[in-house]
Design a protein around this ligand. Structure first.
Ligand code: NAI
Length: 332
């Protein structure tokens, strides 16, 4: 089977070529995103493999169907970039990778917290310039601090386990509390109590209509002055303008974000020679107490291996009509 692979990066090719040794698909890699501008190049392919910024609109799906494409394989968990109704209408199967190494994301959240707190990013640069002073590098012990975790699914749970190792007290909020975490001493409380009592707050819930801008002026007002906020989930959970205000007044002592509400136009690209027309991200980047990474929390060898293997296995199973409709990897 021929697969047209979009938004391909060097690392995708590395891991997919390795996983493909078990399948022998004919994969053509394209660096460009899939969208109306490029869909015509597809020839004789039965599957396309796409990522978070490829746009699978109705118009694109219609062309895919005309060209004989039977499978759209999303090599990510989210599926907000695809018109699933259109895929169903044109009889195209869609699969995704619902979970890949929750530990990768949890460990990145912990790494960001450790970095912003102990300022190792600043120390690294400083000593290379023979500046061995400690001024400005003061941090705090994580031991016995209260960490509020919003969303205690796979990633939240992995993050809690790391923080328990540091000797932190954990307050948690989730619509469905986890009994195994309660047994470990995790205290499920109301969102209000979590916001009021936590020294560090980490977001691990999905973005939904209900929790859009969960972190906003009102919820920030409930927090302690000097709180550290970590967001490795989705940018839309935080109202960026409100958080900028709270950084300016120093209500929030530090912010670690791996996601940003307008990241589609920025992340996964080298824009170092461009003028960026986004004043909110430029303001965020101007704060010394903001650590921003570009959606890299998932980016470990283990996660990329899992993504490649699960994606190619799903394509094989869909091709053999051997994947149940109700599996959350198969979307239509
Ligand atoms: P999961 O589905 O295992 O857990 C999500 C948890 O959030 C569930 O326990 C659910 O009950 C809870 N939840 C849902 N709505 C909530 C709300 N309004 N308030 C509190 N809790 C709520 O998902 P998983 O695998 O732990 O992933 C969490 C999120 O991490 C994903 O939705 C995604 O946005 C993000 N993610 C980020 C990555 C990155 O590279 N930065 C990579 C993968 C996922």
């Amino acid at each position: 089977m021929k697969i047209e692979f979009f938004s391909a990066k060097k690392y995708d090719k590395l891991f997919f070529d390795e996983a493909n040794k078990l399948h022998s698909f004919d994969i053509t890699y394209h660096e460009t995103h899939l969208g109306p501008h490029i869909v015509d190049i597809i020839k004789d392919a039965e599957a396309v493999c796409v990522f978070v910024n490829d746009k699978l609109s109705r118009a694109v799906i219609e062309v895919l169907a005309k060209k004989g494409v039977k499978i759209i394989a999303l090599r990510c968990a989210g599926f907000n970039n695809i018109d699933l109704d259109a895929a169903k209408e044109f009889n195209i199967s869609v699969c995704r990778v619902p979970s890949y190494s929750p530990e990768a994301v949890a460990e990145h959240a912990a790494a960001m917290l450790m970095t912003i707190n102990r300022k190792t990013h600043k120390a690294y640069n400083r000593v290379r310039e023979q500046n061995f002073s400690l001024d400005g590098l003061l941090g705090y012990n994580l031991f016995e601090k209260t960490v509020g975790v919003i969303g205690t699914g796979k990633i939240g749970k992995a993050f809690i386990n790391i923080m328990l190792g540091f000797g932190c007290k954990i307050l948690a909020f989730d619509l469905y509390p986890d009994s195994t975490l309660k047994e470990k001493g995790v205290d499920y409380v109301s969102l209000e109590k979590l916001l009021q009592e936590s020294n560090i707050i980490s977001l691990h819930c999905p973005l939904t209509k209900e929790n859009h801008y969960l972190i906003n002026k009102e919820t920030i007002n409930l927090m302690q002055t000097g709180v550290t906020i970590i967001n490795t989930s989705r940018g839309g959970l935080i109202n960026t303008l409100d958080i900028i205000e709270a950084l300016k007044t120093q209500k929030i002592a530090a912010l670690c974000i791996d996601v940003y509400e307008q990241e589609e136009t920025l992340f996964f690209k080298d824009l170092s020679l461009e003028i960026i027309d986004d004043d909110k991200i430029q303001r965020l980047l101007s704060f010394p107490n903001v650590l921003l990474t570009a959606h890299q929390a998932f980016f470990t060898k283990e996660a990329l291996k899992e993504i490649a293997e699960v994606t190619l296995n799903s394509i094989t199973r869909l091709d053999k009509n051997d994947m149940p409709n109700d599996a959350n990897v198969r979307l239509v």
